[in-house]
Design a protein around this ligand. Sequence first.
Ligand SMILES: [Zn+2]
Length: 272
Amino acid sequence: MNRNILWASVIVLMQVFRLTIDLHQINTLATPDVSTKKELNLYNKESLSLARLTRESCLESDSNRTTYYNLYGSEIKHTTEGNNNNILLLTHSRNCDRCLDKGYYLVNPGIDLLDSIRKAYRESDRLQREYFFATGHDGWISAVISGDREYIPAGLIAGVRNQLKERNDSILLAVHTHPLMKDEFDQVLRPGNAFPSGADTIKKLGRFEFILGYVYDAPRMQPNSVMNTGPSGSYRPLIGIYSGSEMIDTISLSDFEKLVWKLNNRNNRGSR
Ligand SMILES: [Zn+2]
């Protein structure tokens, strides 16, 4: 009799155990796909939340500060408020008053922003059309979407605006590409520049905008070389920063990447 009860208990336990495993598998399957989640990620939260988690475990007296950088990555000033925030002012100048007044800055720009910029450049040149995405005031990043050959249709912009709205956010920074238009032999027919077209300046989509374009670097002539034998020039990715009809500044993609990496490394280092 006792033995029967024992066996019954064992069988019940085994079934409960199996059910737990099944439930675990269901939970694992129900986890949202990371790649789709990333499309709508906070551009600052990933790096910041990591920094915050580790910072709480160690006592640092100077972790409450906000540091202001310009586009050279130079520290312009800092205040003793905030939660180790990095404010990237969108100017190469050391005078940050104008940028602060007008709100031309990014708070804690993160690696997700770089990923979206790189994706927009890559897809834009591959498919020879303009690409668009936007980031919100709260740091949400929209998906990177394909526009037309020469413009971003208004309906697509409205869609992005709605994506942010669903998260109670609105456009701070709108980004679109000016691709290198090439022929079938991969020769550049029409380079996209980093400056707003007439149409770009008509309507403000966010507080400021980035154009992902290019600048032409002329070939460097060797002192003794004969004309036409040197290497041809090349197109280098250049980001134009503007707001309406006001051109704010430009920065090369590689400098912008170094800058964002620098700010994020600073956060992680400070947290250890
Ligand atoms: Zn444009």
